[in-house]
Design a protein around this ligand. Structure first.
Ligand code: 6PG
Length: 240
């Protein structure tokens, strides 16, 4: 389903409400909940919204595990760190047990960090699957750290891999389609006019995940929703 909201502020409110509803449902049905979060600019306001008392009091944090859809291979103190973002905007303000925020060990070399994070997720999930994943959309069509033309988009076995982005001189660790598409619920958060063209391209045929990795996201037995603001939605439904 595609839900269009007025602006970035409403997007954060709706995303936070969705988080609370999904977490409560998972805990009611299965006694715990595993959520994977993304970084970038868009989710910051959502995390801050979830951390407000009105929202956070609705969540049983003792039954929740937070982990990451991807991470930049930078120290946990670096402003580009997704772990730092989630800690500062969310985890530091809610009673989430420290051991239930599962970070990528970016102090390890990238490939080792990927292997270690895959072990973390396999131990956490066992035969279960993520309950909820928040994803973003890059203006080149990437999602998590699945970038156009890069091998992780085609990964079919590993849950987590490392990938070097030479143009940004950075390594990333990313979850892959087999894990992402196993989720019970995936919600893309997309905001701003700069995303209008790529959002249109991702939602319309032709399907070419190698060029537009967000198109590889198709939950096998789950629900996929798009939460987009009006500026990002400007080109949806238009031809061309
Ligand atoms: C990250 C991501 C990435 C992000 C998109 C959109 O950590 O950077 O997981 O896939 O979601 O690049 O980012 P914005 O929200 O900044 O547009």
């Amino acid at each position: 389903m595609i839900e269009v909201v007025a602006d970035a502020a409403e997007l954060a409110q709706r995303a936070a409400a969705r988080f609370v509803a999904s977490v409560r449902q998972a805990i009611a049905e299965r006694d715990r909940c595993v959520v994977l979060l993304s970084g970038g600019t868009t989710p910051r306001a959502t995390f801050e919204q979830i951390a407000t008392p009105a929202m956070s009091q609705q969540v049983d944090w003792s039954r929740l595990h937070l982990a990451f859809a991807d991470e930049r291979c930078v120290p946990a103190t670096d402003p580009r760190s997704n772990y730092r973002l989630v800690r500062e905007t969310l985890a530091a303000h809610v009673p989430l047990p420290e051991a239930q925020l599962h970070r990528v060990l970016t102090e390890l070399p990238p490939r080792e960090a990927a292997l270690a994070y895959e072990r973390t997720l396999r131990t956490l999930l066992g035969v279960d699957r993520p309950d909820l994943i928040f994803l973003g959309l890059g203006d080149d069509g990437h999602t998590a750290s699945l970038f156009p033309g890069h091998a992780p988009v085609r990964e079919q076995v590993r849950w987590v891999v490392a990938d070097e982005l030479q143009e940004q001189a950075i390594w990333r660790v990313t979850t892959t389609p087999p894990l992402l598409n196993a989720a019970r619920e995936i919600v893309f958060l997309v905001s701003g006019a700069a995303k209008a063209d790529v959002l249109h391209a991702v939602l319309e045929p032709p399907r070419d995940p190698d060029s537009l990795p967000a198109q590889v996201i198709r939950p096998v037995a789950g629900r996929l929703d798009w939460l987009v603001d009006a500026a990002a939605a400007a080109s949806i439904g238009q031809k061309g």
